[in-house]
Structure formats: structure tokens, C-alpha cells
Design a protein around this ligand. Structure first.
Ligand code: 26Q
Length: 824
């Protein structure tokens, strides 16, 4: 939109802040429902939700405006969290908590005979992420607002979020998640800040009027990026930060040319092509997809966001870039937005006409990179040929970055050509590839992992050469989760009890939660009883969810043993199933003295193209059918697969869990964050020495954590000469489990369907060493079962888990990012 037609709304005087008493809220609600949305006689419940969301949003606006004003002050250093994913879930309940107006809202709805809980259920999850990495971004945004840090989130406004998972005959079926279908009351579109993003075309090298060599990127196909802002409220403060999500549309010129040439349908087709960029979230969370559209998404986000930051910069600081790096920092969430390194260089060189040296200095002082995976197969690579055709100017810049970088390497290690080849940003394979992680490291001043072990392994393994070159760049930032959503919202009963016991400060500062330790001793009988009663009520709530969504009836008296996360071989849901089969065999054999009844819950989505993960879901469902329908078994053991695991489901699951399953092969799970949500809600963990489990164990103490399995170095060692058969031969329990599985007992009328799963764990090349950890897992499970029978002891451990979770708040994580990387 041309700037000359703008009205300067900052000159419009501030209104009186809107009241948030129940009467004003109820008037606002009424006005929105009738006057704005036009529902007079009756309407579907969604509009009731929408009217209330708009009423609450009104109470956010003044603070949002003020926060923007504050951040626009000159010399305000800001951070930009750039992420292809923000898994935010629902917003209404979160804003009510942060604004402290839940009670008033409830009262306001009273006279319309509407229950707040029912209304909140109408809000679709904003499922703009796959799993851990996307949810982490959302927790970070919450903590930054609460800590009043000037941080803007930049992402993509996918029309379709993470697919909805249905189960048909035991198999996963993916359904599209059109979360924006009925509109999104939280977003504000800002077409006035649109950006033009280039693709394709070619480069032209020329001499400018001073005779200096310059490059233009020409004959491009352009796409427009339109920002949509979502408010991120801080907890009980005046800050409303912004999550800015980009939507892609066609340029007008693009459409009009075709249109005027009489090709209406071609014009619409062009529009479709452009809009595809923000149409759908890629649902794979580990292996690269290699798809051109994904690369388009990455560049679209990086380019639009950097241009937006440049626009903001020029509004306050003009065209002098000499201190740009002093006031701006980009945090790249994994390598997904890493093309930003080359894009910032391109803008500084070609558009702002800087020399290479100063441009590179600015870029490498502005970019920071977080790695989220140790799996080599998950490291992103893009074919040079694709880059050359889609982003020709950026590819030239990457070549130049690499050339200068390899020169530095050569000077540091003269003659070490192996090392140069290893470290090159360009992999010289048959099909040349750009190694995005290397581009991120070379282009950043900070590289961090997400848990202590993970960061160590980056330095000693995956990025060893780079660590030797630039040890000062590498650091650790152990993940966290926000206690607002994951305790205060998800577990209101426990929240009230904790607050009665230790005061309310813990919600804004979770380090206070350690005061709960004093109450953990069994002498505190009354407190123990209340803790237990609350856990029971939460288990009942979870049992209701399980019954409704999977048809399986859980006994609330039994232990709730839960593994919910993306389905992956390295996360070893299969090990969990092997244990369930082991328990089933024991029951059938009458080996049930001192039995602890269990409900085992497994949930999570499989990437649509991930055969093994999809098969695992089928196996869980088949084993569940046999166990749950057997009267000998089902009072002692139940198994359910929870369809469509998402953020809102987790808000019910974590509070209702007794035992949290964190059983990845050591050295493979970068951090995990579900582990923290469970711990905060008083679950005990059964887990390997992996990711953040290690730090959880340290904080809670080994009496209150069921540790098992090979350590990372033992895994590396065993992978050299792994012999799964020897584990089967030496363990009658494992033998019985494998025999039963292989007999086809769980697939009587579906011959051979589990062949690939069985073969994978029987293979000496099973990278995840599933059978190697079976014995120690089963022993740890038995220990957990015995502990659970000691009710008092278990409550004690449960309280200690919550009381020891202070470190795992993203408030702490964000403070560390700020102190050591952002320095805002
Ligand atoms: C890459 C290229 C093309 C298409 C998709 C992707 C892609 C998308 C998502 C690759 C990876 C992801 C997500 C990774 C992820 O969620 N990692 C998890 O991050 C958490 C937060 O740090 C950690 O706690 C988990 O351990 C880690 O697995």
C-alpha cells in the first residue's frame, strides 16, 4: 500500500482503558454477538466463543499499542524469533489467566447461561507446528512477554496446520486441519506492511556509477507477504508482544497481466500458485522433505521477516546500518529459516549497497542459531541445482561465503584438505548440496543446543570441527516450558493447592516452587491427602478423554502410564509396547502376585510418509484390542491409543499422569519438553540418560526417578557390534514377548502386517538398540510398580517432582538466552 495515503493513527488520542468487570464484559459480549456478528435468534456455539474472544481482545488492545510504542523507542535492542513453527494451541484461556479476568468472564457469561469451559472448547487449536520445536517457540513467546523482553516472533500463517489424526481399523488416517475456516478472532491483518518476495529469475552483474561491481536480481517471479499479528500477553503485566505470521498472496501485476490478456482462469491459477506457499505446514518433524515448496516457505519467511525488521529500522534510524547489529538479533529456530543468513547479506549488498566486509560483519553479529537434533539424517541439505533455479542470487552469496570461510580454515589448518572438505558448506556429492547447519554456524555468532548433553554432543560429535575452530560460538540453553499454560491453566486444582501452601509468586517465578518441598513429607497428612485427591480428579478427567476419543475405559484407581509424543523409532514407543506385551503374558501366566494395575496410554502423530511409525500405531491398536477385551487381563492392564494428540489434549493428559515415559535411545533426544510438563504436574519419570531427562534426574534426585538403559557412550560402543539375538537368547521374558509377537497373536486375521516392525528390532543394524534396553526397562518398570503400591511414598515422590521443577520454566531459559545471547 502506498505510504502517502496513510492516516497517522498514532495521533489519535488514547481512549480510556476498557473496563474488565463482569458487567462491561457481558455488555461487550452482547454487542459483539448481536451488532458485530449479527446473531439474533440462535447460533452455533462457535460464535459464542468468537464474541467472547473479541470482547477479551478489546481488553488487550491498549496495552498492545503501548508495547509497540515502547519497542519503537530509539536504541531499543530487539530480538526476532524466526521459526517455521509456532504450536500455540488455544489462546482464550491463556489471555484470561494473564489478564486475571477469568472470574469476571465466568460471571459475565452467567446471565446468558453459558459455561466458560464449554465456550473455551470451541476454540480450535492453532496447530502451526509438528511437536517439540514448535511448542518450544510458543512457550518462549509466553515467557518473553512475561519477562517484558522486546521479542517479536516471526512465522508463517499456514491455512492448514498439523493434520488431524483419525484412526481407522487401527491405522492412522490424516485429515486436513482447516483451523482458519471460521475466522481467527485473535489475529489482526496489517496489509500496509506487506513485503514483496522474489523467486526465480537471474542475476545481472554490473558496475555502478562509482565503478563498483554490483549485482541485481532480475526477472523474478514475485509473491506478496502479508503480516497477520497475534497478541502474546504477559502474565499479570502491561506487556503484549507480537507474533507476526506471514500469508502469501499473488502480486496485483501478476494477476492483472493475465487478466487483461483475457485469461481469467490463468490469472486465478497464478494467485493459487502464490498462495500455496502459506497453505500447509509440512508434517514431518525429522527427516528432510527435500520439496521445493518447503524451500519456498523457508525463504518466504526469512525474506519477509528481515525486510520487516529493515523497514522498522529505517523508520527509526534511517539508512545508516553501521549500528544495526547493536540493536537487532535474529534467533533461528533450527536450520529451517537459515537462508536468512544469505538474505540479510543480499539486502545489505545489493539493496543497501554495502561492501562485503561490513555486510558480513553485520550479519554475523546479528544471527544466532539453535540446533534441535543430533540425528545426522535430519540435518537439512538443499540441492545446489534447486537453489540456483529458485534463489540464484542467494546461491551466489552462499558460494562466496563458503569461499572466504574455507580460506580461513585453510589458514588455520594448512594442508588439511580433508578438514576443508568436511567443513565445506557445499557438499561435493554427486548431486551437490548446501549444508544448512554449516551455513547457520558460519553465519552466526552463537550456536546452541537445547539440553546439556545435547550441547556437549554437538561440540564433540556433529559439529566437532566447527567447535575446534570457534569454541566461543558454542553454548547450551536447556529447554523449558511455560508454567502458566502447563500448570496454572492445565491444572487449576493443583494451582490452587500450591498457592494456598506457598503463596502465588511461583506462577511468575517458578524458582519459588521449591518451597513445596517442605510439604512433601508424609507428616503433612492433610496436604498429602489433598494432593492425592487432586491427582485422582485429574485422572478421572483424563479417563473421560480417553473413553470419549478411543472408547477404552480406564480405571482411575490404576496407575496412569503415559507416552505421548511424535511417533519415532528413536523415541522407542515399540519398547513400551514390548513391555505391555510382557505384562500381558505375566497376567495370562497367573504371575500376578503384588500386582499394580496399569492403564497404558500411547499417543502421537506419525509423519504421513513414515512407514514404521504408522505401523507402530497399528500395533498399539491391535495389542490394545486383545488386552482390553480379555476379562482375565483388563482389570489389571489396559492399553489405549489416544487419537489426535495435540496441545489441548496435553493440557488434560499431563495433570492426569502418574508415570511419564521418556525412553529414547540415549544420545538421540535433543532435550524433550513433554518430560518437563509431566514433572511439573507431579508425574514420576521412567527414562533413559538422555536429553533433559538427565537434568530432571539431577534436580529431583535418583530416588524419585526410574532410570534405566544404556548411556550415550555405551550406545555408541554397542552399535559397533550389536547382536540383538543374544539379548533374546539370554532373557526368557524377552523370548516370550518376541515369540508371541511373531506368532501373529496380535494380527490373527492380518497375516504378516507387523513383519517390518519385528525385523527392525531384530536387525543388528537397529540403530535404536531396542532389545538391548529391554531387560533394564522391565526392571525399572517393576520398581515403578512396587513404588506405586506404596501410596504414601508415591505421593511424596510426586510432590517432590513438582517441587523440583523450578529450573524447567522457560522464564529461566529466556533469561539465559537474554543474558548470554540477546543482551536486550
Ligand atoms: C525439516 C525440513 C523439511 C520439513 C520438515 C523439517 C522439520 C520440521 C520439524 C524438521 C524437524 C522438525 C522438528 C524437530 C523437533 O521438534 N525437534 C525437537 O525439538 C525439541 C525442542 O528443542 C526437543 O525437545 C526435542 O528433543 C527435539 O526432537
Amino acid at each position: 500500500m502506498p505510504k502517502k495515503n496513510w492516516v497517522d493513527t498514532s495521533k489519535i488520542p488514547d481512549m480510556e482503558p476498557l473496563q474488565a468487570d463482569s458487567r462491561s464484559l457481558s455488555e461487550g459480549f452482547h454487542r459483539y454477538l448481536r451488532n458485530h456478528l449479527g446473531h439474533f435468534l440462535s447460533c452455533v456455539p462457535f460464535y459464542i466463543y468468537e464474541a467472547m474472544a473479541l470482547t477479551i481482545r478489546d481488553r488487550i488492545m491498549a496495552r498492545w499499542s503501548n508495547t509497540w510504542q515502547r519497542h519503537k523507542q530509539p536504541k531499543t535492542r530487539k530480538a526476532y524469533y524466526m521459526s517455521l513453527e509456532f504450536l500455540i494451541g488455544r489462546a482464550l484461556g491463556n489471555h484470561l489467566l494473564n489478564l486475571d479476568i477469568e472470574k469476571e468472564t465466568r460471571e459475565a457469561l452467567c446471565k446468558f447461561s453459558v459455561e466458560l469451559e464449554d465456550l473455551m472448547e470451541e476454540e480450535p487449536d492453532a496447530g502451526l507446528g509438528n511437536g517439540g520445536l514448535g511448542r518450544l517457540a510458543a512457550c518462549f513467546m509466553d515467557s518473553c512477554a512475561t519477562l517484558e523482553l522486546p521479542v517479536i516472533g516471526y512465522g508463517i500463517r499456514y491455512e492448514y496446520g498439523m493434520f488431524r489424526q483419525e484412526i481407522n481399523e487401527g491405522y492412522q488416517v490424516e485429515e486436513p486441519d482447516h483451523w482458519l475456516r471460521d475466522g481467527n478472532p485473535w489475529e489482526v491483518s496489517r496489509p500496509e506492511y506487506e513485503q514483496t518476495i522474489h523467486f526465480g529469475g537471474r542475476t545481472e552483474h554490473y558496475k555502478n556509477k562509482d565503478g563498483i561491481h554490483r549485482v541485481r536480481w532480475i526477472e523474478t517471479n514475485d509473491v506478496i507477504a502479508i503480516p497477520y499479528d497475534m497478541p502474546i500477553s504477559g502474565y499479570c503485566n502491561e506487556t503484549i508482544n507480537t507474533l507476526r505470521l506471514w500469508k502469501a498472496t499473488a502480486t496485483k501485476a501478476f494477476n492483472l497481466d493475465e487478466f487483461n490478456a483475457g485469461s481469467y482462469s490463468e490469472a486465478v491459477e497464478a494467485k493459487n500458485d502464490a498462495e500455496h506457499i502459506s497453505m500447509v505446514l509440512y508434517p514431518n518433524d525429522a527427516s528432510e522433505s527435500g520439496k521445493e515448496l518447503r524451500l519456498r516457505q523457508q525463504y518466504f519467511l526469512a525474506s519477509a521477516s528481515i525486510k520487516d525488521v529493515i523497514r522498522l529500522w529505517e523508520e527509526t534510524d534511517g539508512t545508516d546500518y553501521s549500528n544495526f547489529a547493536e540493536f537487532n538479533v535474529f534467533q533461528m529456530n533450527d536450520t529451517h529459516p537459515t537462508i536468512a543468513v544469505a538474505e540479510l547479506m543480499r539486502i545489505l549488498l545489493d539493496e543497501k549497497q554495502l561492501e562485503w566486509g561490513p555486510a558480513w560483519e553485520i550479519t554475523t553479529k546479528t544471527m544466532a542459531y539453535t540446533n534441535h537434533t543430533l540425528l545426522p539424517e535430519a540435518l537439512e541439505r538443499w540441492p545446489v541445482s534447486l537453489m540456483e533455479s529458485l534463489l540464484p542470487r542467494l546461491m551466489e552469496i552462499i558460494y562466496q561465503i563458503n569461499k572466504l570461510f574455507l580460506l580461513e580454515v585453510a589458514l588455520k589448518w594448512p594442508g588439511d584438505t580433508d578438514r576443508q572438505a568436511r567443513m565445506s558448506i557445499i557438499e561435493e556429492s554427486e548431486q551437490k548440496q548446501v549444508r544448512m547447519a554449516y551455513l547457520a554456524i558460519v553465519g552466526s555468532f552463537s550456536v546452541n543446543g537445547v539440553a546439556r548433553l545435547h550441547s556437549e554432543l554437538l561440540c564433540n560429535g556433529l559439529f566437532k570441527d566447527f567447535y575446534e575452530f570457534w569454541p566461543h560460538k558454542f553454548n547450551n540453553k536447556t529447554n523449558g516450558v511455560t508454567p502458566r499454560r502447563w500448570i496454572a491453566r492445565a491444572n487449576p486444582k493443583m494451582t490452587q493447592l500450591i498457592t494456598e501452601q506457598i503463596g502465588y509468586e511461583w506462577v511468575a517465578d517458578l524458582s519459588h516452587i521449591h518451597y513445596l518441598k517442605e510439604s512433601a513429607n508424609p507428616e503433612n497428612q492433610e496436604f498429602h491427602q489433598k494432593w492425592f485427591d487432586i491427582k485422582q480428579a485429574n485422572k478421572q478427567r483424563l479417563a473421560d478423554l480417553v473413553l470419549e476419543s478411543s472408547g477404552v475405559e480406564f480405571n482411575p484407581e490404576a496407575m496412569f502410564d503415559v507416552q505421548v509424543k511424535r511417533i519415532h523409532e528413536y523415541k522407542r514407543q515399540l519398547l513400551n509396547v514390548l513391555h505391555v506385551i510382557h505384562l500381558y503374558i505375566r497376567i495370562k501366566n497367573g504371575d500376578t502376585s503384588n500386582w499394580t494395575a496399569r492403564n497404558v496410554l500411547i499417543g502421537g502423530k506419525a509423519a504421513p510418509g513414515y512407514h514404521m511409525a504408522k505401523l507402530l500405531i497399528k500395533l498399539v491398536n491391535n495389542v490394545a484390542d486383545i488386552i482390553n477385551s480379555d476379562p482375565d487381563v483388563n482389570s489389571k492392564l489396559k492399553l489405549a491409543f489416544l487419537p489426535n494428540f495435540n496441545v489441548s489434549a496435553m493440557e488434560v493428559i499431563a495433570p492426569g499422569t502418574d508415570l511419564s515415559e521418556q525412553i529414547s535411545t540415549a544420545g538421540k533426544e535433543a532435550s524433550g519438553t513433554g518430560n518437563m510438563k509431566f514433572m511439573m504436574n507431579g508425574a514420576l519419570t521412567i527414562g533413559t540418560f538422555d536429553g533433559a531427562n538427565i537434568e530432571i534426574l539431577e534436580h529431583v534426585g535418583d530416588d524419585n526417578f526410574f532410570l534405566f538403559g544404556l548411556k550415550e557412550d555405551e550406545v555408541a560402543e554397542m552399535q559397533q557390534h550389536y547382536d540383538p539375538q543374544s539379548f533374546i537368547d539370554n532373557d526368557p521374558d524377552l523370548q516370550a514377548v518376541m515369540n508371541l509377537l511373531e506368532s501373529g497373536h496380535f494380527n490373527l486375521f492380518e497375516p504378516e502386517i507387523f513383519h517390518d516392525l519385528i525385523a527392525s528390532i531384530r536387525s543388528p543394524h537397529d540403530h535404536w538398540l531396542t532389545l538391548a534396553d529391554f531387560r533394564s526397562y522391565v526392571d525399572a518398570q517393576e520398581n515403578a510398580a512396587a513404588c506405586y503400591r506404596d501410596r504414601e511414598g508415591w505421593i511424596h515422590k510426586s510432590i517432590l517432582n513438582t517441587a523440583s521443577s523450578g529450573y524447567f520454566s522457560t522464564d529461566r531459559t529466556m533469561q539465559e538466552y537474554n543474558k548470554e545471547i540477546w543482551k536486550l
